[in-house]
Design a protein around this ligand. Sequence first.
Ligand SMILES: Cc1cc2nc3c(=O)[nH]c(=O)nc-3n(C[C@H](O)[C@H](O)[C@H](O)COP(=O)(O)OP(=O)(O)OC[C@H]3O[C@@H](n4cnc5c(N)ncnc54)[C@H](O)[C@@H]3O)c2cc1C
Length: 380
Amino acid sequence: MQDKFLNEEHKMFRDAFRQFLEREARPNYDQWEEAGLIDKSFWLKAGEQGFLALDVPEEYGGFGETDFRYKAIIAEEIGYSGMSSIGFPIHSEMAVPYITKYGNAEQKARWLEGAVTGESIIAIGMTEPNTGSDLASVGTTAVRQGDSYIINGQKTFISNGLNASLTIVVCKTNPAAGRKGMSLIVVESDREGFSHGRNLEKIGMHAQDTAELYFSNVEVPVENLLGEEGQGFYYLMGGLVQERLTIAVGAMGGAEVALEWTKAYCKEREAFGRKIGSFQNSRFKLAEMATEIKIGRTFIDDCIMQHVEGTLDASTASMAKWWVTDLQNRVVNQCLQLHGGYGYMTEYPIARAYVDCRAQSIYGGTNEIMKEIIGRNMGF
Ligand SMILES: Cc1cc2nc3c(=O)[nH]c(=O)nc-3n(C[C@H](O)[C@H](O)[C@H](O)COP(=O)(O)OP(=O)(O)OC[C@H]3O[C@@H](n4cnc5c(N)ncnc54)[C@H](O)[C@@H]3O)c2cc1C
């Protein structure tokens, strides 16, 4: 965020988190990419330093409802570090809030402390092999039997899916009722009948575990239902504003750092006896990117401040998500071009960013769905 929106405490938090990433993640990141997931010890260290699930009430170890700028700083710094597989925002801003908001006292006592310490990583399972964008069509069922639900179905592309010890599973508790028959049920990873598929092989974000989840007659107590039965779809719609803004914030950091790397490269690399940045084409491309990044930054900071004040609407969050993730993809692509052949080599961060950022326009609702939401809100 621009400094004018941050006070001294925010800035100190930003410095501390940036240093934490450099100290605890940077030296291990290649190894995590090879392993296909981030070591859980890193989550524990983040928990120790107070970087996870900030909003959790103090009685469970968190800070209580927290100014969104702190959470934006975490997403932005991860984007800016180029280590975008670090899935803290998915846990802290996209999964845990459903428990904080809709969980009862007993559920909060059971699940929230671990979410803050990092002992318990929480995933959100919406997408299924046959349905992603059309969330209301999920086929996973949870049938009430006495004091239990029996869950059957399958989820796919679930971030932090292997590392997670809890997954918030989007289920149909009343399949005939469409979106009104959807509920959120928390499933512990050691429940009988619950299994993980493979760690999916992605073109990028190699240190992020992205999993298939299978539910075969998984029995969970009714005490694992979050909020009211049949309200799941509406809870998700409420949560997606923050989810989409958080993705956009990370994308903004990713676009900004790509330009920084490229400026440095253009000042150093020579061709035809000149620095490559001195060619008019390079200068124009750098100027175009700097302009678009400034426009994006101005917009995203405004969205963050609206969210701090509780006024950010679904339409504006969707605008931020599609426009800034598309911006990041454009910028990273152009920056790679300016790196020439080196841009294609994975030892250069721009090469990693190129494959990593491609998912940004897909998850959290595709950018086409974002435009659908905006268009519908315009009355079309
Ligand atoms: C790296 C990664 C991590 C992810 N993490 C998670 C996670 O943690 N939890 C989770 O639940 N999901 C996760 N997802 C899933 C992601 O949210 C879905 O992939 C996404 O919502 C799109 O769904 P789909 O893949 O089924 O595509 P589809 O819905 O099949 O869409 C295919 C294409 O059709 C277009 N399309 C669909 N409907 C319309 C329409 N009405 N109008 C115009 N175009 C349309 C889409 O925009 C897209 O271009 C993740 C995905 C990835 C790639």
